[in-house]
Design a protein around this ligand. Structure first.
Ligand code: LMR
Length: 357
C-alpha cells in the first residue's frame, strides 16, 4: 500500500472511532402517568439536564403513560435491562420482594410533608434503598406526588360509607388492608385501566392524589370526592444497578447531579400541581367535593390504626418506630417555633399502641 493510501486508511479509521465515541448512551426512562404531572414533568426536566450537562454523552428517552411498560411489567423489564430507569410509586415495590416500602402507604402515618421528607432523606429512606441494591436495583431519589383523596359515585363521609364498595387500588398489601378495614372490597388494577374500570362501573371508587385523578379524568366518572389526605403517594426513581455501574464514573456523577436538581424541582411543583388539579376538578362541575372535617379525620384515623399494628412485623417494627420518632421530632420542633399555631385542620401523628415486646 502506498504511503498516501495508508494515511487515508488511517484517517478513515480515526473518523470511524470518533463517530463511535460520539454515539450517546441511551437511558430509557419509563413511567405510567401522563407528561403533565409532577412525575412526568420532572422526568422531562431530568432528561434536559442530563443531556445538557453531559454535553450529549447520554440521550434520555422518556416513555410516559405506560406506552413502554405498565405496572405489571415494568419491574421485570428493569431487572432484565430492557428499560434502565423507572419511577414507580412506593406502593409498587412488592413484586420486587421489598414490601418494606409499603410503610409509605400506612394511613395517616405522615402528619405533614416535613416529616415525610425527613423520613425519605434520612435513615429510613437509605435503608429501603439498601434493600433494593440486594435485588440488582439502585435507588436514586424519592419524588413526591402528595396526599391521597377518596372518590366514588356515592358520598364518602363516614367510615360506614365504604361498606361493600369496590375500590381500585395499587398493588400494596397495606392499601388492601386499609380498604378492608374501612369495609370496602379492594381491587388491584393497573393505573392505565383505572379510568375505564370506573367508567364501566367495574369498580365504584378509588384513591389518588388530585393530579392523578384530574389528569386521568377520573373525576368525570366519579360523582363524589372527599378531601381526606388519608395517605401518601410518592415515587422512588430507580435504575438497573448493573447498567448504572457500567457507566463511566464521571458520567454517573453528572447524572446524579441532574437527578438531584430534578428532585428539587419535582418536590417544588408537586403540591402546586395538586392545587391546580383541584381547581380543574371544581371547574369541571362533575364531582361534588367534600372536605373531611378535622373531627371526622380523627375518627377515620382511629378506625385505621389496626392497619398499623397488623403491619408492624411485616414492614419492620424498627423502621416504623423510626418514622414515629421523626414525626414526634418534627411535631416538637414545630411547637417550639415562635410562630407555632395549633394545626386544627390536621390530625397529629398516628400514635400506635406501645410495642408489645
Ligand atoms: C397509581 O397506580 O394510582 C399511581 O401509582 C400512578 C402513579 O404513578 O402516580
Amino acid at each position: 500500500m502506498s504511503s498516501r493510501a495508508t494515511l487515508f486508511a488511517l484517517l478513515l479509521a480515526l473518523a470511524a472511532c470518533a463517530t463511535q465515541a460520539a454515539e450517546p448512551i441511551v437511558i430509557k426512562f419509563s413511567h405510567v402517568v401522563v407528561p403533565d404531572t409532577p412525575k412526568g414533568k420532572a422526568a422531562e426536566y431530568f432528561k434536559k439536564l442530563a443531556e445538557e450537562r453531559s454535553r450529549g454523552r447520554v440521550r434520555v428517552e422518556v416513555y410516559a403513560a405506560g406506552q413502554l411498560y405498565q405496572d405489571r411489567t415494568e419491574m421485570e423489564a428493569l431487572r432484565l435491562g430492557a428499560v434502565h430507569m423507572l419511577a414507580p410509586s412506593l406502593a409498587k415495590f412488592g413484586p420486587l420482594g421489598v414490601h418494606a416500602f409499603e410503610l409509605f402507604d400506612l394511613p395517616y402515618i405522615f402528619p405533614n410533608l416535613e416529616t415525610l421528607h425527613r423520613v425519605m432523606d434520612g435513615e429510613v429512606g437509605a435503608r429501603l434503598f439498601a434493600m433494593l441494591a440486594e435485588r440488582g436495583v439502585k435507588g436514586l431519589a424519592y419524588w413526591d406526588n402528595g396526599f391521597k383523596q377518596m372518590s366514588a359515585n356515592t358520598p364518602l363521609r363516614r367510615v360506614e360509607d365504604f361498606q361493600g364498595l369496590k375500590m381500585r387500588i395499587q398493588s400494596s398489601r397495606v392499601i388492601e388492608a386499609q380498604m378492608r378495614t374501612l369495609g370496602a372490597q379492594p381491587r388491584v388494577m393497573a393505573f392505565s385501566d383505572a379510568h375505564e374500570a370506573l367508567r364501566q362501573g367495574v369498580v365504584d371508587g378509588t384513591e389518588n392524589p388530585l393530579s392523578n385523578l384530574a389528569t386521568q379524568r377520573m373525576h368525570e366518572v366519579q360523582k363524589h370526592l372527599t378531601l381526606s389526605d388519608h395517605g401518601y403517594l410518592g415515587y422512588a426513581v430507580i435504575v438497573n444497578k448493573a447498567f448504572w455501574e457500567s457507566l463511566p464514573a464521571d458520567l454517573r456523577a453528572i447524572l446524579e447531579g441532574a437527578m438531584h436538581s430534578a428532585t428539587v424541582y419535582e418536590r417544588g411543583i408537586a403540591q402546586e400541581e395538586n392545587d391546580a388539579a383541584l381547581a380543574r376538578v371544581k371547574a369541571a362541575g362533575t364531582t361534588q367535593i367534600y372536605v373531611l372535617p378535622y373531627k371526622d379525620r380523627v375518627i377515620w384515623q382511629q378506625a385505621l390504626l389496626p392497619v398499623h399494628r397488623a403491619f408492624e412485623d411485616k414492614i419492620g417494627r424498627d423502621l416504623l418506630q423510626a418514622v414515629y420518632r421523626v414525626a414526634a421530632e418534627v411535631e416538637k420542633e414545630r411547637a417550639a417555633r415562635p410562630d407555632a399555631a395549633t394545626p386544627k385542620d390536621k390530625p397529629g401523628p398516628v400514635r400506635p399502641r406501645p410495642a408489645r415486646r
